[in-house]
Ligand binder design. Structure first.
Ligand code: NAD
Ligand code: MG
Length: 390
């Protein structure tokens, strides 16, 4: 059976690895839509190769370039935010959500309306609006499958288990590229230094988030949103080798750990073939060759983002949307060298405090999320300007 498939964020790290798997069995899929942003040459080349119906760049200004690159291919070209959303309206059986940032939320929500499978790499959308995504999935009979490696690992460890039997879920974290830096040097870390990852080859933003452990903070909230876990039922442990991806502990004390070499194509391929397992081109684990696996508790002084995540989980409502937007703004400011690496967590915390009275909500809607998202970014930028951060 040919499945209709769309890839949002097709030019990024997760997107390209998704295309790599799809291209290995072209007869199984009909590619509906592929989207990217600035890299239109890559987008056009892959859209041609995979015979996509439509290729969309989120960047309005690049429509001409995309059209030129697709001339004579039979692939439609489109540009802009609205075109990305319209691409999500085209029926597909399986959609990869791999845009980076809150920009991935709306395309994901639209894709759920086809009632198919949403392979969700875009953790920001779960952090911003987890309950909304799950409600929409239920309403349209769609399935959300986690692609974040830790959450794919939890999902796999939970297969055939009962929620009531789960005592605790532990996500592992590599500790990022600055794990061994002396604490007092962290304030001087540059975007280049924070943007190198020891184990995973990922986009720049998530790599810096790994170094600050804002990535793990997001993932704790993501686990809460996906698996109905309370703050006391989730934790994170540092595991520098990134071989164990997550552990689920049950009420009888048994623990299921998911292991494998760090390669996102495992989690992507699992979501692509679920509920089946198929052969995937990933390196096999050789524990004897690895020799050892290390674990330690994250130091709260080095990784203050973790404590912020627990606060977000406890509060619910719009706290996740504000947290994600503040974090994205803080990351932009750091990447633009306007604030220091160690300023990001205090800045996010201050935004949360400032927005505090507005974060309570029993149910959240898209408009509320978009509004608080914009407000949190604005507050983050103005706080960063007001204060002598350096
Ligand atoms: P990336 O930066 O490599 O790629 C991002 C993609 O989003 C690109 O295709 C880019 O063109 C597109 N994009 C960027 N801004 C956009 C916008 N405003 N509108 C539409 N499209 C836009 O990122 P990535 O590392 O592939 O990560 C993608 C998502 O997957 C993120 O949410 C990330 O947290 C998550 N994730 C990534 C990895 C990984 O290994 N890279 C692992 C787990 C989860
Ligand atoms: Mg992850």
């Amino acid at each position: 059976m040919t499945r209709r498939l769309s890839v949002f964020g097709a030019t990024g790290s997760v997107g390209l690895q998704t295309l790599d798997l799809v291209a290995r069995e072209p007869e199984s899929y009909r590619v509906v839509a592929m989207t990217g942003a600035s890299n239109v040459a890559q987008l056009a080349a892959d859209a041609r190769r995979l015979r996509a119906q439509v290729a969309v760049t989120a960047d309005d200004a690049r429509l001409g370039d995309l059209r030129d690159a697709l001339a004579g291919s039979g692939v439609e070209a489109a540009a802009g935010r609205t075109a990305v959303l319209e691409a999500a309206d085209r029926p597909a059986d399986w959609t990869m959500s791999a845009i980076v940032g809150a920009a991935g939320l709306e395309p994901g929500l639209r894709a759920l309306r086809h009632g198919g499978t949403l392979a969700l790499a875009n953790k920001e959308s779960l952090v911003c609006a987890g309950p909304l995504l799950r409600a929409e999935a239920a309403r349209f009979g769609a399935t959300i499958l986690p692609v974040d490696s830790e959450h794919s690992a939890v999902f796999q460890a939970l297969a055939g288990e009962r929620r009531a039997d789960v005592e605790k879920v532990t996500l592992t974290a590599s500790g990022g590229g600055l794990r061994e830096w002396p604490l007092e040097r962290l304030r001087d870390a540059t975007p280049e230094e924070a943007g190198r990852h020891p184990n995973w080859d990922m986009g720049q933003r998530i790599t810096v988030d790994s170094a600050s452990m804002f990535n793990k903070a997001m993932e704790l909230i993501e686990a809460h949103a996906l698996f109905d876990l309370g703050a006391h039922e989730i934790d994170a442990v540092i595991h520098p080798q990134s071989i164990v991806h997550a552990l689920v502990q049950f009420r009888d004390g048994g623990v299921m750990a998911h292991m494998g070499m760090p390669d996102m194509r495992h989690a992507i391929g699992y979501a692509l073939h679920w509920p089946e397992r198929r052969m995937l081109p990933v390196e096999r684990l050789d524990l004897a060759a690895l020799g050892r696996l290390d674990f330690s508790a994250p130091d709260p002084a080095r990784y203050p983002a973790i404590a912020l995540a627990y606060d977000v989980i406890r509060r619910g409502g719009l706290a996740g949307a504000a947290f994600n937007a503040a974090k994205e703004a803080a990351l932009d400011l750091f990447l633009g060298r306007a604030i220091r690496f160690t300023d990001m967590a205090p800045l996010v915390e201050r935004v949360m405090t400032r927005l505090d009275p507005r974060l309570e909500a029993d149910t959240i809607g898209l408009d509320m999320v978009l509004e608080i998202d914009e407000e949190a970014r604005r507050v983050a930028r103005s706080l960063a300007e007001d204060t002598a951060w350096t």
